[in-house]
Ligand binder design. Structure first.
Ligand code: 8Y4
Length: 274
């Protein structure tokens, strides 16, 4: 697929997307130079470890996280995108639901918009993606990050998520986004119980019917913690297991924190599967 003139070749190897959080949870002195340098170092490390995409996010999408203003998110994300696009030759996605942030990040060198609201938040987002010929990740979520974990219920979770994604992809195309720039994602952990997340992974190959590149984000998520009964710092192996499984059932891109371990797991699975 082609995103803002840069090619992401699918089907030959699994792409590992490294997660780069630029959400300072400590007090900042206002001088963001050191924050940018630190983010750049982390991203360069992930690229050296084999990440071929970097996902930059300035607002936590975890349940109960406090919202961030447009100016604050712009200040966090755009300098990092600019520095990274000058430093490394990988695809950059920006994890945002704000069209202003997406617009400025794309101008600063990003290629893909990872909008966890699947273009259902601000109506201006689809126009930004279409006009700037960016790629877009359409992720399924039930509810909002605030409400999504309040006893989510489905009939057949796979059928419901799959048809929801099909509808959102059709909407995106109707709003001028090229069909070949759309990536779909079942949204592991977003308004789903452990049982739902496991069911989605067990039947992941059914998402191939959508005929779109498939992204899966399981990294360190609580369903792994629930299965293994381990805290978030001890979920690398559980994550790697889900990465191998996802690849063998149709994932094209996996979104992870622990790049080194998961690139090795992905390369080995590619050798067996592809
Ligand atoms: C520990 C650390 C435990 C982080 C859980 C988490 C996805 C995503 C997220 C995903 C796409 C997260 C932004 C949730 N997950 N984007 N974003 N797909 N496309 N939680 O699955 O990492 S944030």
């Amino acid at each position: 697929m082609n995103c803002r003139g840069k090619t992401l070749t699918l089907g030959i190897q699994t792409h590992v997307m490294g997660i780069l959080n630029v959400t300072p949870d400590s007090f900042s002195d206002g001088g963001r130079y050191l924050d940018v340098q630190q983010a750049l170092m982390h991203a360069e490390m992930m690229v050296a470890e084999g990440a071929t995409l970097i996902d930059i996010g300035g607002e936590s999408s975890r349940p109960g996280a406090s919202p961030v203003s447009i100016d604050e998110e712009l200040e966090r994300v755009v300098p990092v995108v600019r520095a990274l696009s000058n430093a490394v030759d990988v695809l950059i996605s920006v994890d945002t639901s704000k069209p202003e942030v997406a617009h400025h990040a794309l101008e600063a060198g990003a290629h893909i918009v990872n909008d966890i609201t699947a273009l259902c938040g601000d109506p201006a987002m689809a126009r930004v993606v279409a006009e700037m010929e960016a790629g877009v990740v359409l992720m399924h979520m039930r509810g909002t990050p605030r409400t999504m974990q309040k006893a989510p219920q489905y009939g057949d979770v796979v059928n419901e998520v799959c048809s929801w994604l099909k509808e959102k992809a059709q909407n995106a195309e109707a709003r001028g986004i090229a069909a070949e720039r759309i990536i779909v994602d079942p949204g592991i952990g977003f308004g789903k119980t452990t049982k739902h997340n496991l069911e989605i992974l067990k039947r992941l190959s059914e998402f191939r019917e959508l005929d779109k590149p498939l992204l899966v984000g399981t990294s360190r998520k609580s369903f792994i913690g629930n299965v293994l009964e381990v805290p978030v710092t001890e979920r690398v192996e559980g994550t790697a297991a889900t990465v191998c499984w996802a690849i063998a059932h149709g994932a094209d891109i996996v979104r992870v924190h622990d790049v080194k371990a998961n690139v090795r797991a992905a390369q080995m699975t590619d050798a067996l599967y592809r």
